[in-house]
Design a protein around this ligand. Structure first.
Ligand SMILES: O=C(CO)[C@@H](O)[C@H](O)[C@H](O)[C@H](O)COP(=O)(O)O
Ligand SMILES: [Zn+2]
Length: 209
């Protein structure tokens, strides 16, 4: 007898039904978000493309799964998405462990992104600030730093947008997922990031479909 059979003599739960429910919830959350997010996503594509075409760059930040999303997006701009095109200027602020640990150690974890924004950000650049709650202190500080540097902010949030939503100005773009569960919000964030990549390529290359 396998050890797992002694640990779980009866099926503990209907895992297939749970998986089906997660797929259904994810698909429904995405479709419900379309109505609220299509116009702001188009505005974010416009803002990012305008910055990139004016020698600007995109700095991206977030925590946990959102750190991975920031890196995913930066890699697709800097390298490629689906079409051949020149590399685009995008950088995730989540990747340099020496920078991150020294700022957190010498100052505070809330400063890990904002110090990088102050060092690297220039007027006309865009900060992509990713937080499902809208309340992560280091992402909030990054938004303040971006405003100081006269950068536009594209904020990818959920749960009503939190403090970050309230900080945004008229030149910023708020992409707020109308959902409350972190995992579902993150799934819409990833779809949104791919829409941004696709839209930027479309505007830069003049692709029609
Ligand atoms: O990926 C997940 C949950 O799905 C976690 O790693 C999650 O990203 C972390 O708890 C973050 O620290 C949450 O931060 P935020 O989205 O509220 O800004
Ligand atoms: Zn996750």
């Amino acid at each position: 007898m396998l050890e797992s059979e002694t640990l779980f003599p009866e099926p503990p739960m209907d895992l297939v039904a749970r998986i089906a429910q997660q797929f259904t919830d994810s698909a429904q959350t995405k479709l419900a978000a379309l109505e609220f997010m299509a116009d702001p996503i188009a505005a974010a594509i416009d803002a990012m493309t305008h910055s990139l075409m004016s020698n600007g760059k995109i700095l991206a930040c977030g925590n946990g799964g959102s750190a991975a999303d920031a890196q995913h997006f930066a890699a697709e701009l800097l390298n490629r998405f689906e079409l051949e095109r020149p590399p685009l200027a995008a950088l995730a602020l989540t990747t340099d462990s020496s920078t991150l640990t020294s700022i957190a150690n010498d100052y505070d974890f809330s400063q890990v992104f904002s110090k990088q924004v102050r060092a690297l950000g220039q007027p006309g650049d865009v900060l992509l600030a990713i937080s499902t709650s809208g309340n992560s202190p280091n992402v909030i500080e990054a938004v303040h730093a971006a405003h100081e540097r006269e950068m536009r902010v594209v904020a990818l949030t959920g749960k009503g947008g939190g403090e970050i939503g309230a900080l945004l100005g008229p030149d910023d773009v708020h992409l707020c997922v109308p959902a409350d569960r972190t995992a579902r919000i993150q799934e819409v964030h990833l779809l949104t990031l791919h829409c941004l990549c696709d839209g930027i390529d479309c505007l830069l290359l003049g692709v029609e479909e």
